[in-house]
Design a protein around this ligand. Sequence first.
Ligand SMILES: [Zn+2]
Length: 324
Amino acid sequence: MPPLRLDPTSASSPLTGLEPKPKAQRRRTLTTIEAPKRWVLGVSRPTSNGPSPLLALRGGELLKKRDLVGLFERLDALAGPGVQLETAGLVDGHPIRWVRLAPLEAPPKLRVLITAGVHGKEAAGPAAALQLLESLQADPLLRRDIEWTVVPVICPTGYLAGTRRNGKGINLNRVCTKSPNAPAEIKIARQVLDDGHYDLSIDLHASKSAGDRGFFAIHNGGEDLLALAMPAFLARHEVLDRSTELYERTSPGIFRSKNEGTFKDYLRQRGTERSYTVEAPALAPYEKQVEGLADFVRCVVAAASMDPPIPPRATPFIEVLPPG
Ligand SMILES: [Zn+2]
Protein backbone atom coordinates (compact mmCIF):
# COMPACT_ATOMS: atom_id res chain seq x y z
CA MET A 1 0.00 0.00 0.00
CA PRO A 2 1.37 3.43 -0.82
CA PRO A 3 2.10 5.67 2.13
CA LEU A 4 -0.76 7.97 3.07
CA ARG A 5 -0.09 11.63 3.72
CA LEU A 6 -2.31 13.77 5.81
CA ASP A 7 0.05 16.55 6.72
CA PRO A 8 -1.97 19.72 6.08
CA THR A 9 1.22 21.63 5.35
CA SER A 10 2.17 19.28 2.55
CA ALA A 11 1.41 19.79 -1.10
CA SER A 12 -2.09 19.28 -2.46
CA SER A 13 -3.73 16.00 -1.56
CA PRO A 14 -3.47 13.34 -4.26
CA LEU A 15 -6.97 12.24 -3.27
CA THR A 16 -8.83 15.48 -3.06
CA GLY A 17 -6.79 17.74 -5.30
CA LEU A 18 -7.21 20.44 -2.68
CA GLU A 19 -4.41 22.93 -2.40
CA PRO A 20 -3.12 23.56 1.11
CA LYS A 21 -4.75 26.54 2.75
CA PRO A 22 -2.75 29.65 3.69
CA LYS A 23 -1.50 29.47 7.26
CA ALA A 24 -3.99 31.86 8.83
CA GLN A 25 -6.94 30.06 7.30
CA ARG A 26 -5.59 26.70 8.36
CA ARG A 27 -5.36 27.81 11.94
CA ARG A 28 -8.89 29.11 11.88
CA THR A 29 -10.20 25.82 10.49
CA LEU A 30 -8.51 23.86 13.24
CA THR A 31 -9.86 26.19 15.91
CA THR A 32 -13.33 25.79 14.51
CA ILE A 33 -13.15 22.04 14.60
CA GLU A 34 -12.61 22.20 18.35
CA ALA A 35 -16.04 23.69 19.06
CA PRO A 36 -18.36 23.73 16.09
CA LYS A 37 -22.01 24.55 16.71
CA ARG A 38 -23.34 21.64 14.75
CA TRP A 39 -21.72 19.16 17.14
CA VAL A 40 -23.29 20.50 20.30
CA LEU A 41 -25.31 17.30 20.68
CA GLY A 42 -22.16 15.22 20.56
CA VAL A 43 -23.13 13.61 17.29
CA SER A 44 -22.26 14.98 13.91
CA ARG A 45 -25.02 14.66 11.38
CA PRO A 46 -24.90 13.06 7.95
CA THR A 47 -24.97 15.39 5.00
CA SER A 48 -26.95 13.08 2.75
CA ASN A 49 -28.96 9.89 2.94
CA GLY A 50 -28.09 8.54 -0.45
CA PRO A 51 -26.72 5.07 -1.04
CA SER A 52 -23.02 4.45 -0.79
CA PRO A 53 -21.31 5.35 -4.03
CA LEU A 54 -18.40 3.13 -3.10
CA LEU A 55 -19.88 -0.31 -3.43
CA ALA A 56 -23.24 -1.48 -4.65
CA LEU A 57 -25.13 -3.40 -1.99
CA ARG A 58 -25.74 -6.89 -3.24
CA GLY A 59 -25.94 -8.78 0.07
CA GLY A 60 -28.96 -10.96 0.82
CA GLU A 61 -31.55 -10.29 3.47
CA LEU A 62 -30.62 -9.21 6.96
CA LEU A 63 -29.27 -12.07 9.08
CA LYS A 64 -31.35 -12.69 12.19
CA LYS A 65 -29.57 -12.20 15.50
CA ARG A 66 -28.02 -15.35 16.98
CA ASP A 67 -28.73 -17.32 13.81
CA LEU A 68 -25.42 -19.17 13.60
CA VAL A 69 -26.90 -21.97 11.48
CA GLY A 70 -28.36 -19.47 9.01
CA LEU A 71 -25.03 -17.66 8.85
CA PHE A 72 -23.14 -20.88 8.10
CA GLU A 73 -25.63 -21.87 5.41
CA ARG A 74 -25.05 -18.56 3.69
CA LEU A 75 -21.28 -18.93 4.02
CA ASP A 76 -21.55 -22.31 2.31
CA ALA A 77 -23.55 -20.68 -0.46
CA LEU A 78 -20.56 -18.43 -1.19
CA ALA A 79 -18.59 -21.41 -2.54
CA GLY A 80 -17.17 -20.77 -5.98
CA PRO A 81 -14.01 -19.77 -7.82
CA GLY A 82 -11.67 -17.69 -5.71
CA VAL A 83 -13.58 -18.39 -2.48
CA GLN A 84 -11.85 -20.28 0.29
CA LEU A 85 -14.14 -21.54 3.09
CA GLU A 86 -12.42 -22.83 6.21
CA THR A 87 -13.08 -23.90 9.78
CA ALA A 88 -10.29 -22.81 12.08
CA GLY A 89 -11.45 -24.90 15.04
CA LEU A 90 -14.28 -25.74 17.41
CA VAL A 91 -15.35 -24.14 20.69
CA ASP A 92 -17.80 -26.24 22.71
CA GLY A 93 -18.67 -27.99 19.46
CA HIS A 94 -19.29 -24.77 17.53
CA PRO A 95 -17.02 -23.98 14.59
CA ILE A 96 -15.14 -20.73 14.15
CA ARG A 97 -15.27 -20.32 10.41
CA TRP A 98 -13.50 -17.95 8.07
CA VAL A 99 -13.67 -17.02 4.43
CA ARG A 100 -11.04 -15.70 2.07
CA LEU A 101 -11.91 -14.10 -1.24
CA ALA A 102 -9.02 -13.99 -3.67
CA PRO A 103 -8.46 -10.91 -5.80
CA LEU A 104 -9.02 -11.22 -9.53
CA GLU A 105 -5.50 -9.94 -10.08
CA ALA A 106 -2.71 -11.53 -8.09
CA PRO A 107 -0.81 -10.59 -6.10
CA PRO A 108 -3.25 -8.38 -4.16
CA LYS A 109 -2.43 -4.72 -3.66
CA LEU A 110 -4.24 -4.81 -0.34
CA ARG A 111 -4.85 -7.61 2.15
CA VAL A 112 -7.84 -6.84 4.34
CA LEU A 113 -8.94 -8.72 7.47
CA ILE A 114 -12.43 -8.28 8.89
CA THR A 115 -13.34 -9.81 12.25
CA ALA A 116 -16.72 -9.74 13.98
CA GLY A 117 -18.64 -11.37 16.77
CA VAL A 118 -15.78 -11.01 19.26
CA HIS A 119 -18.52 -9.85 21.63
CA GLY A 120 -21.39 -12.27 21.07
CA LYS A 121 -24.13 -9.84 21.96
CA GLU A 122 -23.11 -7.37 19.24
CA ALA A 123 -24.89 -9.19 16.45
CA ALA A 124 -24.65 -6.40 13.88
CA GLY A 125 -20.98 -7.23 13.24
CA PRO A 126 -21.54 -10.78 11.98
CA ALA A 127 -24.51 -9.62 9.88
CA ALA A 128 -22.43 -6.83 8.34
CA ALA A 129 -19.54 -9.22 7.68
CA LEU A 130 -21.94 -11.55 5.86
CA GLN A 131 -23.38 -8.67 3.86
CA LEU A 132 -19.90 -7.66 2.77
CA LEU A 133 -19.02 -11.20 1.77
CA GLU A 134 -22.19 -11.58 -0.27
CA SER A 135 -21.60 -8.23 -1.97
CA LEU A 136 -18.05 -9.18 -2.84
CA GLN A 137 -19.04 -12.60 -4.06
CA ALA A 138 -21.82 -11.21 -6.23
CA ASP A 139 -19.49 -8.76 -7.89
CA PRO A 140 -15.89 -10.02 -8.01
CA LEU A 141 -14.81 -6.78 -9.68
CA LEU A 142 -15.18 -5.20 -6.24
CA ARG A 143 -12.25 -7.29 -5.12
CA ARG A 144 -10.23 -6.83 -8.25
CA ASP A 145 -6.92 -6.24 -6.52
CA ILE A 146 -7.95 -6.73 -2.88
CA GLU A 147 -7.79 -9.95 -0.90
CA TRP A 148 -10.51 -10.15 1.75
CA THR A 149 -10.33 -12.44 4.77
CA VAL A 150 -13.41 -12.46 6.99
CA VAL A 151 -14.05 -14.19 10.33
CA PRO A 152 -17.74 -13.45 10.91
CA VAL A 153 -18.12 -14.91 14.43
CA ILE A 154 -15.09 -15.16 16.69
CA CYS A 155 -17.16 -16.08 19.77
CA PRO A 156 -19.85 -18.57 18.73
CA THR A 157 -20.93 -19.38 22.31
CA GLY A 158 -21.52 -15.71 23.07
CA TYR A 159 -23.25 -15.15 19.74
CA LEU A 160 -25.69 -18.02 20.31
CA ALA A 161 -26.38 -16.97 23.90
CA GLY A 162 -26.57 -13.26 23.09
CA THR A 163 -23.87 -12.47 25.64
CA ARG A 164 -20.91 -10.12 25.42
CA ARG A 165 -18.54 -12.68 26.94
CA ASN A 166 -17.82 -16.24 25.89
CA GLY A 167 -19.31 -19.31 27.56
CA LYS A 168 -16.64 -19.16 30.25
CA GLY A 169 -17.37 -15.54 31.10
CA ILE A 170 -14.26 -14.14 29.39
CA ASN A 171 -14.23 -10.86 27.47
CA LEU A 172 -12.23 -11.95 24.43
CA ASN A 173 -11.38 -8.40 23.45
CA ARG A 174 -9.21 -7.92 26.54
CA VAL A 175 -7.14 -11.08 26.27
CA CYS A 176 -6.24 -11.24 22.60
CA THR A 177 -2.61 -10.36 23.27
CA LYS A 178 -2.41 -12.82 26.15
CA SER A 179 -0.03 -15.70 25.80
CA PRO A 180 0.30 -18.61 26.34
CA ASN A 181 -2.93 -19.13 28.31
CA ALA A 182 -5.27 -17.48 25.85
CA PRO A 183 -8.87 -18.73 25.64
CA ALA A 184 -9.68 -21.33 22.98
CA GLU A 185 -11.35 -18.76 20.70
CA ILE A 186 -8.18 -16.64 20.63
CA LYS A 187 -5.89 -19.59 19.94
CA ILE A 188 -8.16 -20.66 17.09
CA ALA A 189 -8.55 -17.15 15.68
CA ARG A 190 -4.78 -16.66 15.66
CA GLN A 191 -4.50 -19.20 12.87
CA VAL A 192 -6.16 -16.59 10.68
CA LEU A 193 -4.77 -13.49 12.38
CA ASP A 194 -1.24 -14.85 12.00
CA ASP A 195 -1.68 -15.92 8.40
CA GLY A 196 0.67 -13.50 6.71
CA HIS A 197 0.71 -9.74 6.89
CA TYR A 198 -2.55 -7.85 6.58
CA ASP A 199 -2.40 -4.23 5.39
CA LEU A 200 -5.62 -3.35 7.14
CA SER A 201 -7.82 -4.93 9.80
CA ILE A 202 -11.23 -3.88 11.07
CA ASP A 203 -13.02 -5.48 14.04
CA LEU A 204 -16.78 -4.91 14.00
CA HIS A 205 -18.58 -4.13 17.27
CA ALA A 206 -21.54 -2.26 18.75
CA SER A 207 -21.44 0.01 21.79
CA LYS A 208 -23.95 1.82 23.95
CA SER A 209 -21.52 4.71 24.40
CA ALA A 210 -23.17 6.65 21.60
CA GLY A 211 -26.73 5.83 22.59
CA ASP A 212 -28.96 5.24 19.60
CA ARG A 213 -26.87 7.35 17.25
CA GLY A 214 -23.29 7.77 16.28
CA PHE A 215 -20.87 5.23 14.93
CA PHE A 216 -17.24 5.58 15.93
CA ALA A 217 -13.87 4.08 15.15
CA ILE A 218 -11.13 3.36 17.68
CA HIS A 219 -7.45 3.27 16.89
CA ASN A 220 -4.10 3.10 18.61
CA GLY A 221 -2.27 4.43 15.58
CA GLY A 222 -2.90 4.62 11.87
CA GLU A 223 -5.35 7.50 12.32
CA ASP A 224 -4.35 8.89 8.92
CA LEU A 225 -6.42 6.34 7.05
CA LEU A 226 -9.45 6.81 9.30
CA ALA A 227 -9.27 10.54 8.71
CA LEU A 228 -9.25 9.95 4.96
CA ALA A 229 -12.21 7.60 5.14
CA MET A 230 -14.38 9.49 7.60
CA PRO A 231 -15.72 12.26 5.31
CA ALA A 232 -17.32 9.71 2.99
CA PHE A 233 -18.78 7.88 5.98
CA LEU A 234 -19.98 11.13 7.56
CA ALA A 235 -21.93 11.93 4.44
CA ARG A 236 -24.34 9.11 5.19
CA HIS A 237 -24.09 8.31 8.90
CA GLU A 238 -24.03 10.02 12.26
CA VAL A 239 -20.84 9.67 14.24
CA LEU A 240 -20.03 10.10 17.90
CA ASP A 241 -18.35 13.42 18.42
CA ARG A 242 -17.63 13.81 22.11
CA SER A 243 -15.32 11.97 24.46
CA THR A 244 -16.90 9.49 26.86
CA GLU A 245 -15.63 7.82 30.02
CA LEU A 246 -14.08 5.07 27.95
CA TYR A 247 -13.13 6.79 24.74
CA GLU A 248 -11.15 9.89 23.97
CA ARG A 249 -12.19 11.76 20.83
CA THR A 250 -9.40 12.80 18.48
CA SER A 251 -11.66 14.00 15.64
CA PRO A 252 -15.30 13.47 14.61
CA GLY A 253 -16.06 9.77 14.79
CA ILE A 254 -12.44 8.88 15.62
CA PHE A 255 -11.33 7.87 19.11
CA ARG A 256 -8.65 6.31 21.20
CA SER A 257 -9.28 4.01 24.14
CA LYS A 258 -7.22 2.71 27.01
CA ASN A 259 -8.52 -0.83 26.66
CA GLU A 260 -5.72 -3.35 26.32
CA GLY A 261 -5.54 -6.81 24.81
CA THR A 262 -7.92 -6.05 21.96
CA PHE A 263 -7.88 -7.65 18.54
CA LYS A 264 -6.59 -4.44 17.00
CA ASP A 265 -3.77 -4.38 19.55
CA TYR A 266 -2.80 -7.92 18.63
CA LEU A 267 -2.79 -7.15 14.93
CA ARG A 268 -0.75 -4.02 15.51
CA GLN A 269 1.79 -6.12 17.37
CA ARG A 270 1.82 -8.38 14.32
CA GLY A 271 2.71 -5.41 12.12
CA THR A 272 -0.70 -4.26 10.87
CA GLU A 273 -0.47 -0.62 11.84
CA ARG A 274 -3.90 0.18 10.43
CA SER A 275 -5.91 -1.98 12.80
CA TYR A 276 -9.21 -0.57 13.99
CA THR A 277 -12.27 -1.30 16.03
CA VAL A 278 -15.50 0.18 14.74
CA GLU A 279 -18.53 0.52 16.99
CA ALA A 280 -22.11 0.77 15.79
CA PRO A 281 -24.57 2.57 18.09
CA ALA A 282 -25.97 -0.47 19.92
CA LEU A 283 -29.27 1.22 20.71
CA ALA A 284 -29.98 2.08 17.07
CA PRO A 285 -32.18 -0.23 14.98
CA TYR A 286 -30.31 -3.44 14.15
CA GLU A 287 -30.62 -2.89 10.41
CA LYS A 288 -29.09 0.56 10.70
CA GLN A 289 -26.17 -0.80 12.70
CA VAL A 290 -25.50 -3.47 10.08
CA GLU A 291 -25.70 -1.03 7.20
CA GLY A 292 -23.35 1.43 8.90
CA LEU A 293 -20.74 -1.16 9.83
CA ALA A 294 -20.64 -2.50 6.28
CA ASP A 295 -20.46 1.03 4.94
CA PHE A 296 -17.63 1.90 7.30
CA VAL A 297 -15.59 -1.00 5.97
CA ARG A 298 -16.26 0.13 2.40
CA CYS A 299 -15.18 3.69 3.17
CA VAL A 300 -11.93 2.63 4.86
CA VAL A 301 -11.05 0.11 2.18
CA ALA A 302 -11.86 2.61 -0.56
CA ALA A 303 -9.62 5.17 1.12
CA ALA A 304 -6.87 2.57 1.51
CA SER A 305 -7.05 1.44 -2.08
CA MET A 306 -7.83 4.92 -3.42
CA ASP A 307 -9.97 3.35 -6.07
CA PRO A 308 -12.34 4.96 -6.47
CA PRO A 309 -11.01 8.08 -4.76
CA ILE A 310 -12.99 9.24 -1.76
CA PRO A 311 -14.88 12.55 -2.02
CA PRO A 312 -13.01 15.70 -1.03
CA ARG A 313 -12.74 16.12 2.70
CA ALA A 314 -14.60 18.79 4.27
CA THR A 315 -17.96 19.94 3.46
CA PRO A 316 -19.15 19.53 7.04
CA PHE A 317 -16.03 21.20 8.38
CA ILE A 318 -15.77 24.13 6.02
CA GLU A 319 -19.45 24.96 6.46
CA VAL A 320 -19.03 25.75 10.13
CA LEU A 321 -16.23 28.32 9.70
CA PRO A 322 -17.23 31.48 11.55
CA PRO A 323 -17.69 34.66 9.49
CA GLY A 324 -14.62 36.79 9.00
ZN1 LIG B 1 -17.76 -5.04 21.47
